[in-house]
Design a protein around this ligand. Sequence first.
Ligand code: PMT
Length: 217
Amino acid sequence: EVKQDLKGKRVVVTAGGTHEEIDPVRYIANRSSGKMGYALASAAAQRGAEVTLISGPSALPQPMGVKFIGIETTAELATAVKRAYPTTDVVIMAAAVADYRVKKVASQKIKKENASWHLELVKNEDILFGLGQTKRNQLLVGFAAETENLLANAQAKLTKKNLDLLVANDVARKDIGFASDSNEVTLLTKNQEPKHLKRASKQVIAGAILDEIVRLM
Ligand code: PMT
């Protein structure tokens, strides 16, 4: 029997990486298989939440019992998240969001005539930062994917983005993080000591993140 401690709660989970188009055949993207976010979405649904999963391109099957919204770009992700936000209790941003998009998307395939090619990028909005700015009663959960100074960088994101919980994820390691079936993270909150979750399946890590969310609610 799965405990129903999220019954009646509306939870939005974002997952996967966003893609930014260069031309009709090329894109730039952030790494993410979607495994961590999909594990969170299905675990929350099993615990009774009404879950909306907003996902970038992923090879994974859509989890049972969740409302699914597929997106490609950061702008599309922003639109979908902001539409759901006012009626949401918990937002979990596990998506790997492309911070830049291509300034001028080519309408035709760019020919490979030159030995080098400069692509101009412009900054995308920081979705989670915006949610932090307009937060009412929502519980906001972010991830921090870091390759160095994990806890210091993660702590800075918790504060800057006005989050209730931040999941610090070391993505330099091959045995956890991107695409792996396992993860190992540290949970940061405003007032508590950091909580380290030792390496386990993404299902187990998702369950522990939801336990912390329930505790904070
Ligand atoms: O999908 P998997 O293969 O299972 O891998 C899981 C994961 C490593 C992708 C995931 O656990 C993870 O760490 N996701 C966050 C990746 C990321 O974009 O981190 P960040 O440190 O760049 O961003 C910090 C937070 O702000 C994140 O919650 C992100 O969703 C959000 N963000 C970032 C940029 C932006 N423009 N808008 C945002 O909302």
